[in-house]
Design a protein around this ligand. Structure first.
Ligand code: NAG
Ligand code: NAG
Length: 189
């Protein structure tokens, strides 16, 4: 009885050890990248981003700030927003949609001068429907033209990298609504 008990335990032990072995032995497959044999394409496009903190179609909401006693404000260090900004073909809100800018931005300069962008451009237009680009970088708000990185992408933009330059097309400081004009340049396969 006792030996049977022991041996079944041994079997269990061996089984579980082999499971551990299987689960820790990750299969890694390295192949010559097809992408390396394909030519990189450069794509450039312009669109408009509608950032609205007030009015009928709010797309930008403050979610955190380091000084709760003061009103959250874009120009104040630590203030963080979640955005779902509409992207359109022309400055007109009702012009054909290109997609949405979804993610966050945070005032990350003690002096209040940089808004760190961290969001996805989620495309819904015919050309790039279902694809996305990842935007990251410091929006130095005192400059007329600001530049941020395109760090990656999905769909048509897999392995993408590039840069985006944008400026204010329209700003209403009182309502905290803005339209930014974007010019994106990406290399992708
Ligand atoms: C984008 O893709 C979605 C889901 O496949 C589809 O419903 C929609 O009609 C497409 N839009 C365009 C503009 O092609
Ligand atoms: C967009 O940027 C590219 C490259 O940086 C430039 O060649 C092009 O003229 C710009 N287009 C517009 C409309 O600003």
């Amino acid at each position: 009885m006792a030996s049977k008990f022991v041996s079944s335990n041994v079997v269990t032990l061996v089984l579980s050890l082999s499971l551990v072995a299987i689960s820790t032995c990750m299969e890694i497959v390295t192949t010559n990248s097809l992408q390396n044999q394909k030519q990189l394409k450069q794509t450039n496009f312009v669109f408009y981003m509608h950032d609205r903190e007030s009015g009928d179609s709010i797309t930008t909401v403050p979610i955190a700030g380091i000084r709760p006693v003061k009103k959250w404000f874009l120009g104040r260090f630590g203030t963080t927003f979640v955005i779902d900004d509409l992207l359109t073909e022309t400055p007109d809100w009702s012009s054909p949609a290109v997609g949405h800018a979804r993610g966050i931005y945070v005032n990350s300069a003690v002096a209040g001068t940089d808004i760190h962008f961290l969001f996805s451009l989620v495309f819904t237009n015919k050309e790039f429907n279902g694809s996305s680009l990842e935007i990251q970088g410091a929006n130095e708000i005192l400059r007329r033209f600001r530049e941020v990185s395109v760090v990656s992408g999905t769909g048509k933009f897999r392995f993408a990298r590039g840069y985006a330059i944008f400026d204010n097309y329209f700003v209403d400081m009182k309502a905290l609504n803005a339209v930014l004009r974007w010019n994106v340049t990406v290399l992708h396969y």
